[in-house]
Design a protein around this ligand. Structure first.
Ligand SMILES: Cc1cc2nc3c(=O)[nH]c(=O)nc-3n(C[C@H](O)[C@H](O)[C@H](O)COP(=O)(O)OP(=O)(O)OC[C@H]3O[C@@H](n4cnc5c(N)ncnc54)[C@H](O)[C@@H]3O)c2cc1C
Length: 382
């Protein structure tokens, strides 16, 4: 049997594509190597699933790497309305939206995909081309022919959830350009504070010459974690030659902090967690306080250089940076510019966002774009 659409991967993006094609009358086959749908989606937001952000278009575009690719999708589609229509109640915490039940499972279950034929436990091993036209896919079990193929196979992180990078290899083999892959939203390996493992600091700044973030920091037995390190992880991966620094007291600039400490050398006591304060004092506070020595201490607080900092390996990152090169993809249809019946949605694309629901929004938007483009191609109402 020849299918109209073959979807590879039933994670977040695959669920969106399948749902939007569910009532189209098109013959849809979904191939998923896991035994169930949305395995990574179930892990999101610690099982609560930060399903989207309430950002406006400008903030959304700024929070997403290559975000301009999705600018018109942001204006065309309304993710919140989609979930409203599916009777999934959402609740908002700051700018983050979660299912009101706080259960990622409810997000997975909200998608209507009953008209698709879904083959679980089936791994796609290759794409089939005949006379240079994409005609189907080969799996570990069978060969399937389809008029359109949609790649929703995810990135390369958390491979135990199924996103093992197999489609990156297959696509490369067939001439689809993949940009450099590196971890994003990832904890950091750093030796200096290991003995403080478990200690958390609030309102710390991390920076290098191009980017800075302020947030909470957690010392771990491997290095640094918490929202701040996770947010800066992609820059550490992307700019390995750069020097990175921590500012443990961004409230005051270097000169002002120096003045405060010159007047009262216990100024920081009580302002930083005790164990961290004691650690810094023991290690760096001068025995004989001269202005010169005190300035050295201040620079340890304001510009602590993170020598030899590294990210945890790709498989531990929340998201994959890099993927299918957007230069080869139409933003209107998310199809390949040369192989026009090959579509992409989700993390397989060179799009990733910060923590805050942006990565799922990428999956939702690109899934919507692909499904509507396919419907239009088949002359169906969108
Ligand atoms: C722990 C964790 C927490 C997260 N929390 C959030 C959050 O709260 N909010 C947010 O916005 N983002 C979050 N993310 C990121 C978000 O989950 C992903 O960006 C998103 O799920 C990507 O969707 P996707 O459909 O592209 O890929 P996936 O959801 O990874 O789905 C890809 C699917 O393709 C299948 N597949 C791959 N290769 C093959 C093959 N060869 N044959 C058959 N099937 C294949 C896989 O088995 C998988 O089911 C989190 C990520 C992690 C790891």
């Amino acid at each position: 049997m020849k299918y109209d659409v073959i979807i590879i991967g039933l994670g977040s993006a695959g669920l969106m594509v399948a749902d939007r094609l569910n009532d189209s009358g098109l013959r849809v086959l979904v191939l998923e190597q896991n035994k169930r749908a949305g395995v990574k989606l179930l892990l999101t937001g610690n099982g609560r699933c930060n399903v989207m952000s309430s950002d406006n278009a400008e903030d959304f575009v700024a929070a997403v790497h290559n975000g301009r690719f999705l600018r018109s999708a942001y204006h065309k589609y309304n993710v919140k309305k989609f979930f409203d229509k599916h009777n999934l109640k959402l609740k908002q915490e700051n700018r983050r939206l979660y299912p009101a039940s706080e259960k990622a499972r409810d997000v997975v279950n909200t998608f209507k995909i009953d008209h698709a034929k879904i083959n679980y436990n089936e791994k796609v091993e290759d794409l089939i081309f005949e006379d240079e036209k994409l005609v189907g896919v080969r799996t570990n079990i069978d060969t399937y022919y389809g008029k359109s193929v949609v790649i929703c196979a995810g990135g390369k992180t958390y491979p135990q959830s199924g996103s093992d990078g197999s489609l990156h290899r297959i696509l490369k083999k067939h001439g689809v350009k993949i940009t450099k892959i590196y971890p994003s939203e990832v904890a950091l390996i750093f030796d200096d504070f290991k003995e403080l493992s478990g200690v958390a600091l609030q309102n710390v700044k991390m920076f290098h010459k191009k980017n800075e973030r302020v947030g909470d920091l957690l010392f771990t037995h491997k290095g640094l974690s918490g929202p701040l390190s996770i947010a800066m992880g992609e820059f550490v991966a992307r700019f390995p030659e750069d020097k990175f620094y921590l500012d443990f007291y961004p409230e005051l600039n270097e000169e002002a902090l120096f003045e405060k400490l010159w007047q009262d050398n216990k100024f920081l006591s009580g302002k930083l967690p005790k164990s961290f304060y004691n650690f810094m004092i023991d290690k760096y506070f001068p025995e004989n306080v001269s202005k010169k020595e005190l300035r050295k201490f201040v620079s340890k607080i304001k510009r602590y250089e993170l020598v030899n900092i590294k990210t945890m390996p790709l498989e531990y990152a929340f998201t994959t940076a890099g993927g299918v090169d957007l230069k080869g993809v139409s933003p209107k249809t998310c199809s390949h510019k040369k192989i026009d019946n090959l579509y992409f949605a989700g993390e397989i694309l060179d799009l990733h966002g910060e923590i805050g629901g942006y990565n799922l929004m990428i999956a939702w938007f690109t899934g919507m774009i692909v499904a509507d483009a396919i419907k239009e191609k088949f002359g169906l109402e969108v």
